[in-house]
Write a protein that binds this ligand. Structure first.
Ligand SMILES: *Cc1c(COP(=O)(O)O)cnc(C)c1O
Length: 193
């Protein structure tokens, strides 16, 4: 079980005590914010591991591959292809997750359930990405259990070992349902403004 401390919106000053306490996995959702904050933190803590947990635009792929260590948000073929090209370019073959729009919500990121199998096939077989698992953010305000259970089933069906699911409000449930990595922000850093 990996605990990702989600440090988005918090300055380096707030992240440092958490690094000093021994936490090593961190999550950021924006490439530019991470690029401003993390190079100096990584210089001080070279064994820290930075996870991209927000949507990625193809024009930021080069910067993202240089900066991050794990990508959680592959959601479309164009992005998968751009990442594959850049991994080769930089000789950095980062572990990747596909983000699934598990509640089939219009405004949510992630690949549609109907398109998941094809995207897994593209990433794993054609592009030979280091695809390790699936990631989701369940719909807000309802019991997340069925969504976590569905993500776990999809990962199992496709022989993907890792499950990135669970946030401050629901990580206990996510762990019970098989999460291998939880992404916890406000429960560690406090409320975001
Ligand atoms: C912000 C964020 C989190 C952390 O949310 P909290 O509720 O503060 O724990 C987890 N995952 C993603 C994708 C996020 O954007």
């Amino acid at each position: 079980m990996i605990l990702i401390a989600v440090s988005k919106t918090f300055e380096a000053d707030a992240v440092l005590p958490v690094l000093r306490a021994g936490q090593r996995h961190f999550g950021e959702n924006r490439v530019q914010e991470a690029a401003d904050k993390w190079p100096s933190l990584k210089a001080q803590f070279p064994d820290s591991v930075l996870h991209l947990i927000g949507g990625l635009q193809t024009n930021k792929v080069k910067q993202a591959v240089a900066l991050f260590d794990v990508i959680h948000t592959i959601d479309r073929p164009k992005l998968a292809r751009a990442l594959a090209k850049e991994f080769t370019e930089q000789n950095r073959h980062l572990p990747c997750y596909i983000q699934v729009n598990i509640g089939e919500e219009d405004q949510k990121g992630g690949v549609a359930l109907d398109d998941l199998a094809a995207l897994i096939g593209l990433c794993r077989d054609e592009l030979e990405l280091n695809l390790v698992g699936l990631m989701c953010i369940p719909p807000a305000g309802v019991d997340p259990s069925p969504y976590f259970a569905l993500l776990a089933k999809l990962a199992k069906d496709h022989h993907l070992p890792q499950l990135s699911m669970g946030m401050s409000s629901d990580f206990e449930v996510a762990v019970e349902l098989g999460a291998t990595c939880v992404r916890v922000g406000s429960a560690i850093f406090g409320q975001r403004h």
